[in-house]
Design a protein around this ligand. Structure first.
Ligand SMILES: [Zn+2]
Length: 339
């Protein structure tokens, strides 16, 4: 079978032929992969990480059909369409037992597979895909589970809130789509990349779409134009500093994007104290994954059409073109087709 691997020494991708894996445990299944996701932060991780194990284990956003099952598998059968979810944890540590398996102290997030035609996964990592959701669209479940987790952590998010989304990449765009779908209308999205803003412009949400400079200018000309909630999805520390200065008293800064591990930003503790600001990070959580799949079924093509979102499908063998497309910013996200 075909498999796209990262060679840790060179940090380059390489397409290799490997043998098809076998079901390795009684509670494991073999999946024939249909689609696998890949996006900008994968490239950032590739360029900045020195952890060889991490470089070897790109593994998220996988959908496909079960073709073999272990002896103890009862809830899934051959032919089921499934999507692979995030780490389900060890189930025993304090984090897992308090509903936060993404913090599992056992760090047992074993490599399910890299981008490959077949992968083996434990049943606690897979979710059935409902009939009204396609294998292609359910690739977005990882992003949306991140949003659902953010929704819970940042909540309550009331309809009267003045909301700012910083960064119009795929994550910021999906936040905008989800807020519009849920009935929110008082939303501003800021980014310097007009191509990214245009994706949202064509979706006719009616949201305010402005550049960073315009955002700063508005702050000066309209001094009371503060935001109750900022959804920070750029990962840029200077944007985080700007976002903090734009928060209303009692405002919340929800950091959704993975920033580079080496960057820092400046914060004024006096302001955080005086204005009772909340700053928190949001990660994916396997318990929000099921909700994300249902959300995909509800949002449908109005919000999750690949062409509208600038998501492009590439066959795995065209991985070099896919990487270039992400680097050039001509796509918001790449999905590999493995059929
Ligand atoms: Zn655990």
């Amino acid at each position: 079978m075909q498999s796209l691997m990262v060679i840790p020494k060179t940090k380059k991708f390489e397409l290799v032929q490997r043998s098809i894996p076998k079901v390795s445990g009684p509670d494991h299944v073999l999946i024939k992969v249909a689609y696998a996701g890949f996006y900008e932060s994968d490239l950032q991780l590739l360029e900045k990480s020195t952890d060889e194990q991490k470089l070897m284990s790109f593994r998220h956003e996988i959908t496909g059909i079960i073709v073999d099952i272990g002896n103890h598998v009862t809830l899934f059968k051959k032919g089921d369409e499934v999507v692979v979810g995030p780490n389900a944890g060890c189930g025993c540590c304090n984090f897992c037992r308090s509903g936060k398996p993404h913090f599992c102290s056992m760090e047992n997030d074993s490599t399910i597979g890299i981008w490959a035609t077949f992968i083996v996964a434990p049943v606690n990592r897979i979710h059935k895909v409902p009939e009204n959701v396609s294998l292609q669209q359910v690739i977005l479940a990882k992003h949306l589970s991140h949003l659902v987790n953010g929704w819970d952590i940042a909540g309550p998010i009331t309809i009267s809130m003045n909301i700012l989304i910083t960064g119009a990449g795929i994550l910021g765009t999906l936040w905008a789509c989800m807020l519009h779908h849920q009935g929110y209308r008082n939303v501003t999205i800021s980014d310097d990349n007009q191509k990214k803003l245009n994706v949202l412009r064509k979706m006719n949400t009616g949201f305010s779409l402005i550049t960073w400079d315009k955002l700063k200018e508005n702050q000066k000309t309209t001094p009371n134009n503060y935001f109750d909630l900022v959804i920070e999805s750029s990962g840029d520390p200077s944007v985080m500093e700007l976002a903090l200065s734009l928060l209303q008293k009692g405002g919340k800064l929800c950091c959704c994007q993975m920033a580079s591990p080496n960057v820092e930003c400046c914060m004024h503790p006096f302001e955080v104290f005086m204005r009772e600001l909340s700053i928190f990070g949001v990660h994916e959580n396997c318990f929000s994954f099921q909700m994300a799949i249902k959300l995909i079924g509800a949002m449908e093509n109005r919000y999750l059409n690949y062409d509208s979102l600038k998501i492009k499908i590439f066959p795995l063998k065209q991985y070099q073109e896919a990487v270039e497309a992400i680097k050039r910013g001509t796509v918001s996200k790449v999905v590999f087709s493995l059929d």
